[in-house]
Design a protein around this ligand. Structure first.
Ligand code: HEC
Ligand code: HEC
Ligand code: HEC
Ligand code: HEC
Length: 423
């Protein structure tokens, strides 16, 4: 059998050859199918100021379809349904009038223009995180932008969040378009030219998903990050600046308002310190035909755990979903306890203020404790994700809120000479 005819050997070699070629090419096909690294570069010319995302969509149809799918994320229940204490805490601000959970990026114009007018008093600044046209309005009006009224800006802005908010139209590279973020990073000593792409995958979100305040006088949108990103460091910054956003009409305390601090909360978390970015969970790769693109549907990652989490975690979707729910349930329980405590502090302050000959120094101390308690609770309550982004820091902030609130209760009672749990 070792002396096969030459023609048979030739035939065998040919058959083997065909088998090898088919096997290798099938292998390459399937390997590529699952590993098409997205290196989509600019496909054509987009004008530097192109705010109409549909124009970008003509060159990137798969991304356009993905972006349009944000329209199906349309529910916006009121925060007060699940957190009634917020309405008591926000007395004296527009937030007490109407405050809804966020929804898809394409609804921003509809939502900002239809909200209770008390919320629009902050003026043109309300649009800062709602429209891709804003950087151009800032260029046009300069410092005046922040001082203009809501109605003056309203007629000029029609586009929601769009491609130009995160992409350089020439190269498609990620880019920061909001000055407040650039300035805050520079004040922290960061060199903006030395930011990695992985960091940009979070920083594009940090243009808007952050807490901020309007600087007194100029009304400029400013990120209070000079001392760091934690709730404690941000409050220390406000205290040093002697900044007060409003005075609570019932409690009399000088308060500061937290806003959706997703980025700040995420900083220092297990995921962030492991090098994970917002886009890893919120913009995972998805297959469109046989092409991979970054999903442009900004939504709850629980809607697509297979893409958002199991690329890194092998524990299975049920385990992951349960972990998220457990964290969020525990956070919600502590948050409700903090809400109860802060409302009690407000009620006690009211009584103390109405008491003749109340000890003014002690009353001032109680009001400051209320300021602290409300800040820590607000920082958690308005931050999306119910603590998932950083469970330990979140629970720690809520502990602080509960502690400060009950100290405010005690101090208020002491100020009016009433019985406290210590005497
Ligand atoms: C909120 C920010 C944001 C907006 C708005 C946005 N993108 Fe992206 N886009 C990203 C991020 C983040 C990536 C991932 C880039 C990376 O990892 O380098 C990305 C990637 C891309 C890519 C590269 C290929 C890929 O899928 O990873 C293209 C092309 C793209 N986006 C097109 C668009 C178009 C077109 C629009 C508007 C319809 C748009 N993007 C809107 C953040 C955004
Ligand atoms: C230009 C400002 C801006 C940028 C940039 C931005 N967002 Fe948003 N985002 C918003 C606003 C405003 C809303 C709420 C829209 C509404 O309710 O009308 C929102 C809503 C969302 C939602 C929906 C929340 C819900 O409850 O359904 C998610 C998720 C989200 N953003 C994630 C991201 C991620 C991740 C990035 C970065 C890749 C990002 N966003 C970049 C402003 C922005
Ligand atoms: C490790 C994955 C992961 C990372 C990284 C991450 N998130 Fe989330 N995010 C989640 C999960 C899980 C939820 C909770 C979703 C839910 O409750 O349905 C969430 C909720 C949200 C929501 C509210 C969405 C909703 O439907 O309620 C927003 C907005 C958001 N994240 C923004 C961000 C931003 C901005 C960053 C980066 C600074 C970020 N996330 C980083 C996993 C992540
Ligand atoms: C890019 C990789 C990556 C992605 C995507 C990712 N994780 Fe993680 N996750 C990690 C790493 C790394 C750790 C640190 C512990 C470890 O090494 O397992 C971690 C830790 C965790 C922990 C335990 C730590 C804690 O903070 O409680 C949970 C729970 C978790 N991830 C859930 C999720 C969920 C849910 C998603 C999707 C929404 C997700 N992760 C997406 C990489 C990732």
């Amino acid at each position: 059998m070792f002396c096969m005819e030459a023609s048979k050997v030739k035939k065998l070699v040919m058959i083997l050859g065909v088998i090898v070629i088919v096997a290798v090419s099938t292998g390459i096909y399937f390997f590529n199918r699952n590993n098409t690294v997205v290196t989509e570069t600019a496909r054509g010319e987009i004008a530097v100021n192109e705010t109409n995302s549909a124009v970008w969509g003509k060159l990137y149809p798969a991304h356009w379809d993905s972006y349009q799918a944000n329209l199906s994320n349309s529910a916006k229940p009121s925060h007060f349904e699940t957190k009634p204490y917020l309405q008591v805490m926000y007395e004296g601000t527009g937030f007490a009038k109407e405050y809804n959970e966020p929804r898809g990026h394409l609804y921003t114009i509809e939502d900002v223009t239809s909200i209770n007018p008390a919320r629009q008093k902050a003026g043109a600044s309300c649009f800062t995180c709602k429209s891709t046209q804003v950087p151009q309005m800032m260029d046009k009006y300069r410092a005046q932008y922040y001082l203009m009224s809501f109605d003056e800006m309203k007629g000029q802005i029609t586009e929601p969040i769009g491609c130009l908010d995160c992409h350089d139209p020439k190269t498609m590279a990620l880019t920061i378009t909001r000055p407040a973020l650039k300035e805050a990073l520079q004040r922290q000593g960061r060199d903006l030219n030395k930011i990695t792409n992985q960091e940009m995958r979070s920083l594009v979100c940090a243009q808007c998903h952050v807490t901020y305040y309007f600087a007194p006088e100029t009304k400029k949108v400013t990120f209070p990050w000079d001392k760091g990103f934690t709730a404690r460091q941000i409050l220390a910054y406000f205290d040093e600046e002697k900044f007060t956003e409003w005075v609570h009409p019932t409690a009399g305390s000088n308060l500061v308002k937290a806003r959706h601090a997703e980025y700040e909360t995420f900083m220092g978390s297990t995921h962030q310190t492991a090098g994970v970015a917002c886009a890893d969970c919120h913009m995972p790769y998805t297959m469109v035909g046989n092409k991979k693109i970054s999903s442009h549907v900004w939504q709850s990652p629980l809607n697509n755990i297979e893409q958002s989490c199991t690329t890194c975690h092998r524990n299975g979707t049920e385990w992951l979903k349960t972990r998220v729910e457990t964290i969020q349930t525990q956070v919600k329980q502590s948050q409700d306890l903090a809400g109860e405590a802060v409302v009690q502090a407000i009620n006690e302050l009211k009584i103390a203020r109405e008491t003749p000959n109340v000890d003014q120094a002690k009353l001032a101390e109680a009001m400051n404790l209320h300021r602290e308690a409300q800040w820590y609770l607000d920082y958690v309550a308005v931050t999306n994700g119910y603590g998932f982004h950083n469970p330990t820091a979140t629970l720690n902030d809520l502990n602080t809120a509960i502690d400060k609130a009950y100290k405010a209760v005690e101090k208020s009672r002491e100020a009016r000479g009433a019985k406290t749990s210590f005497n």
